[in-house]
Design a binder for this molecule. Structure first.
Ligand code: COI
Length: 356
């Protein structure tokens, strides 16, 4: 009887999965959470190492109300994508870079972290287990969200006694509701995303909670998102809530240097190399807000946003516009070069692609 019951459960799981998959509108994915089949979990017990990771059916997890991540924000996340190639094979983009960044962040947040090999292996296994949820070629990607958290109980401020590494995935399309159309940003002068000596340079979960108030206010006024300035001089560009920013002027492309308050984006780093390969000059330096006035094009980069063109930036109620409602030539050129690589449409001379 119990094996019959198990068989029934498997059958009903399959039916519900098939109907959930059939319900997906692959042409209008957007960037929203959708439950998939499996998640990956690996624990690091007190004084031990990460080991014995496993795939589990996707679902809620249990945490002590006293968990370090819930009380003191001891947590990091990552983001990367899997693409389905035309021949059906699955491609990951630079997963080792995410692993390394997680390890850097873990040091800052006083957490143990999986090795690069453990991380990449876990990502591969999670993607393969959820293979049906990878959008058809050209319709989007499978967004992979690794989390690292202090899951053990604490009361006073202290590193948690136990850690959990978890990966879930969800199919996604465009991040911004504008789709591929240029986004409209507003510069927030009184709210800052990060401060020197803080955690702006790592993917600490709290960095993203800190932008919600300004982002919500900006969206209520019709803007797509907020562009933040440095908190000391209030005149140097930092980044947008979820992405890095680039300023194009002629053949020169400038982006804020990684100074500790800027998130070292993997798309940022990749676009710099792609731009250099295409003959552009790239400058990583302090970029002043005044440079926005004379810029030819502005674009944002990130795993979620890929390369998103900016149509306007509003600063002290003054609106600066770029392009004519369409993506600029340089932004388009870089977007095309990057996505062709990510989707396996051109040869990968950079050794960035991991094929599953
Ligand atoms: C990503 O681009 O993957 C990010 O981590 C940004 C996130 C806030 C959506």
């Amino acid at each position: 009887a119990s094996s019959l019951a198990r068989c029934d459960a498997t059958l009903s799981d399959t039916i519900s999965k098939t109907s959930r998959l059939a319900d997906i509108d692959w042409d209008n994915l957007g960037f929203h959470f959708m439950p998939t089949d499996y998640m990956y979990i690996m624990k690091c017990p007190h004084g031990g190492n990460f080991s014995k990771g496993e795939l589990r059916q996707f679902g809620n997890i249990e945490l002590s109300p006293s968990a370090g991540v819930l009380n003191y924000g001891q947590g990091l996340f990552e983001g990367l994508k899997a693409y389905r190639k035309q021949d059906g094979n699955i491609l990951l983009f630079r997963p080792d870079e995410n692993a390394l960044r997680l390890r850097m962040g873990a040091e800052r947040m006083c957490m143990p972290a999986p090795t690069v090999e453990q991380f990449v292996e876990a990502v591969k296994n999670t993607v393969l287990a959820n293979e049906h949820w990878i959008p058809p070629t050209g319709k989007g990607s499978l967004y992979i969200r690794p989390l690292l958290m202090g899951s053990g109980p604490v009361l006073g401020i202290a590193p948690a006694p136990e850690y959990t590494f978890l990966i879930f995935v969800t199919p996604v399309g465009n991040y911004f509701k504008e789709g591929i159309a240029p986004i409209n940003l507003v510069i927030e002068t009184d709210v800052h995303r990060a401060s020197p000596g803080g955690t702006g340079g790592v993917k600490s979960i709290g960095n993203y909670a800190a932008v919600l108030q300004a982002q919500t206010a900006a969206k209520a006024k019709g803007y797509s998102d907020v562009l933040y300035l440095d908190c000391v001089h209030k005149k140097y560009l930092e980044e947008v809530s979820s992405c890095n920013v680039f300023v194009v002027k002629g053949n020169v492309i400038a982006t804020p240097a990684i100074t500790g308050t800027i998130l070292p984006g993997i798309t940022r780093k990749s676009i710099i190399d792609v731009a250099l390969n295409q003959g552009f000059e790239v400058e990583e330096r302090l970029v002043t807000v005044d440079e926005l006035l004379n810029a030819d094009e502005i674009f944002c980069t990130g795993t979620a946003v890929v390369v998103s063109p900016v149509g306007s930036i509003t600063y002290h109620s003054k609106r600066m516009s770029y392009g004519d409602g369409r993506i600029g030539n340089v932004s388009q050129q870089l977007l095309t070069a990057l996505t062709k690589l990510q989707m396996g449409l051109v040869e990968d001379n950079m050794d960035w692609i991991v094929e599953l």
